[in-house]
Design a protein around this ligand. Structure first.
Ligand code: PMT
Length: 405
């Protein structure tokens, strides 16, 4: 069976001797059902011609960021959006350094920045260069951002040296892409409902009670689940974030509205993730007019009533989905999270310490403990995007084991 059926693969070829293997790589990707478009750097053209790549891919090769004719055919932003996967093979030390440092001075490096597609690289260089600290540091940077590393292999090199630095064979590269979690799209046919962001509880027409949630964690989860093939419904409190590709978003403001929206989606929900920072309380009587300072001799007192617990509603519904909660804690992280796991009858809880600087609310990074009844996984500080992928993977391990789907 073709395992990359209809997958849009953007192949970046850079200037190394291993570029001669690129036409074979294109052929093998197409054998697996992928549609391949090729982008070449200038130096790649010294090793293999654009015409050969055009012949094997069936599409004109793109090579210039500033070419108006090429932009009229498929502009670089369009190409970045088109890609489901970027693979750079061979990836030279120079290209690795440039993408590690966010350069955007040629078409390939710009596409890597402009695309949300997962990036894989198949490094190819002299063994001494591969071992150089600068190269290894750049590789670590890319790995920490979730870039997939394919190879390099060890053996005799074109220059006569022996060691690591040989580009993996096209068959190995294709297999590594097939095996990558992003490619597996293991959630195809399953629906995730994910809550994100804060809720807002009105005090009067101009004031409300809320919290510092930006929605970043929940949106990253929605993006990661969609990339893994799921249909994703994101029930979002007020945020400034764009909707991730392929995700259906329902905007709400209050806890009641969030609960209603979630309940309407439960009929066809396989996995529920409660990442929203939901207000536990709302104001008992919302003033219909702005509360005036001068009308009050004394400081006004707000009477609060408890809000419904959305997560608990989902977990105790008639046919509950696989239910994952978050625990935002400032002390006793594990103990408090475990108590929520049990009290709310969850399959899994992601516990984050929101008292730490640089993680948790409104930051780009997070660290967490993923807890279930019989397992514990610690996630060190990483980007919320990487954490979202790790959480979706952890859910997959339990979900597919339990349901044998
Ligand atoms: O949005 P960001 O800026 O990226 O920040 C991410 C985050 C810190 C908000 C996120 O990682 C997180 O911890 N979300 C949960 C916040 C929270 O409300 O935690 P809690 O411990 O108070 O609630 C426990 C769980 O019950 C949560 O899954 C929450 O969604 C749910 N809950 C809480 C109250 C309520 N009335 N209904 C609920 O469903």
């Amino acid at each position: 069976m073709a395992q990359l059926q209809n997958k849009h693969i953007l192949l970046g070829i850079t200037g190394g001797i291993a570029a001669y293997k690129a036409p074979d790589l294109v052929r093998r990707l197409r054998e697996q059902g992928a549609e391949v478009r090729v982008v070449m750097t200038d130096s790649a053209k010294a090793f293999v011609t654009p015409l050969s790549l055009q012949a094997v891919s069936g599409f004109t090769v793109s090579d210039d960021l500033l070419d108006p004719t090429a932009e009229a055919a498929m502009g670089h932003i369009e190409l970045a959006r088109w890609a489901d996967q970027i693979i750079i093979a061979p990836a030279t030390a120079n290209t690795i350094a440039r993408i590690a440092h966010g350069f955007a001075d040629d078409l390939l490096s710009t596409l890597v920045l402009a695309s949300k597609a997962p990036v894989a690289i198949a490094p190819a260089m002299n063994q001494q260069m591969w071992a150089a600290t600068a190269v290894q540091t750049n590789i670590e940077t890319l790995l920490s951002r979730g870039v997939q590393m394919i190879g390099p292999g060890s053996g005799e090199q074109a220059c006569g040296d022996v060691g690591y630095g040989r580009m993996s064979d096209p068959t190995e590269i294709v297999q590594a892409l097939i095996d990558a979690p992003a490619t597996k799209r293991q959630w195809q046919g399953k629906t995730f409902v994910i809550t994100a962001g804060p809720t807002r509880e009105a005090i009067d027409p101009v004031r409300y009670i809320s919290n510092h949630s930006s929605g970043k964690m929940g949106y990253a989860l929605a993006e990661a689940a969609a990339r893994a093939g799921a249909d994703v419904i994101l029930v979002s409190g007020p945020t400034q974030l764009p909707t991730p590709n392929g995700v259906k978003r329902i905007d709400v403001a209050t806890t009641e509205q969030m609960l209603n929206a979630v309940q309407q989606q439960l009929g066809h929900c396989d996995v529920f993730i409660g990442c929203a920072a939901v207000s536990d309380y709302r104001v008992a009587e919302v003033s219909s007019q702005k509360i005036k300072k001068e009308q009050n001799d004394q400081t006004p007192q707000l009477k609060l009533v408890q809000n419904p617990d959305i997560l608990q509603h989902v977990a105790s519904s008639k046919t509950p989905p696989f239910t994952v909660g978050f625990a935002a804690e400032t002390e006793n992280l594990k103990a408090n999270a475990l108590s929520k796991l049990e009290r709310k009858q969850l399959q899994m809880i992601v516990a984050n310490d929101v008292s730490q600087q640089g993680v948790g609310f409104n930051s780009d990074n997070n660290n967490a403990l993923i807890l279930s009844k019989d397992s514990e996984q610690s996630l060190p500080t990483m980007s919320k995007h990487d954490m979202a992928v790790a959480i979706i993977d952890a859910i997959a391990k339990r979900y597919f084991d339990n349901t044998a789907n």
